[in-house]
Design a protein around this ligand. Structure first.
Ligand SMILES: C[S@@+](CC[C@H](N)C(=O)[O-])C[C@H]1O[C@@H](n2cnc3c(N)ncnc32)[C@H](O)[C@@H]1O
Length: 229
């Protein structure tokens, strides 16, 4: 395993939120060179993966449990959107009828309740995977400063589970996202929903965190697994 792509991005250079997720999608897709015809996108959201595809697949199946995200996903004859929770066995049970050429999941599987079980379900579909999963060093200094445990699984645990189920190449992506002020940084975090609803700090503790956070950037760590087709 090697650490690749330690990018430093400047938040102010972009208008939109979710800069990192977009970057991760581009990284993931750049490793897919064979233009697979039938794709499954797990945790497809509002279509980050679909919009970034450089080819038009004959069949694209997007799965997400959030209606609000699916309603913003591009619709087309080749697109099937399934409102399903990937934490349930049922989400996968009839998917083998599609005969996927590749399974993609970008910035979603870190929210798996039992990643081992979800990866086992994905493996039953017998298609090569391209998966990007955020890990515990995401917001590392922020959590340390706030005396909070990390929200996500460690890199080591994520890699262990990926290697248990798949045979692809593993890479670790590290990003920093720089802001002109800590206030800007916290505003961005609120907008982008990166804490996934984690709101464990009260007003006072949050104010103190803003005063003591020692960096002008946020840290992100993502494990990427890509299997050859
Ligand atoms: C950060 S977004 C990423 C969206 C898209 N893959 C992208 O990269 O632009 C994570 C997505 O995972 C979905 N998600 C989280 N937990 C899920 C679950 N248990 N089942 C299905 N979707 C889930 C969320 O609803 C959200 O749309």
């Amino acid at each position: 395993m090697n650490v690749q792509n330690a990018f430093s991005l400047n938040a102010e250079a972009y208008e939109q939120v979710n800069i990192i997720q977009k970057r991760v999608v581009d990284e993931l897709l750049s490793r897919i060179t064979d233009r697979p015809e039938c794709l499954l996108d797990i945790g497809c959201g509002s279509g980050g993966v679909y919009r970034a595809l450089k080819w038009q697949p004959a069949c694209f199946v997007g799965m997400d449990f959030a209606e609000g995200m699916l309603s913003r996903h591009p619709k087309a004859d080749n697109v099937t959107l399934l409102k399903r929770d990937f934490n349930t066995q049922d989400a996968f049970k009839d998917l083998d009828t599609f005969a996927f050429d590749r399974i993609i999941s970008s910035s979603a599987l870190q929210w798996a309740d039992d990643l081992d079980a979800v990866l086992a379900n994905i493996a039953t579909l017998n298609a090569p995977v391209s998966l990007a999963i955020f890990t515990a060093n995401t917001f590392k200094t922020l959590y340390q400063t706030a005396n909070l445990p990390p929200l996500l699984r460690s890199k080591e645990e994520t890699v262990r589970l990926l290697e248990k189920h798949f045979q692809g190449n593993i890479e670790v992506l590290e990003y920093t996202l720089t802001f002109s002020s800590v206030r800007e940084m916290f505003r961005y975090m609120k907008q982008s929903g990166v804490g996934a609803g984690r709101n464990v700090l009260g007003y006072k503790a949050m104010k103190q965190l803003m005063q003591t956070y020692p960096l002008e950037y946020l840290e992100y760590e993502i494990v990427l697994m890509h299997e050859k087709g």
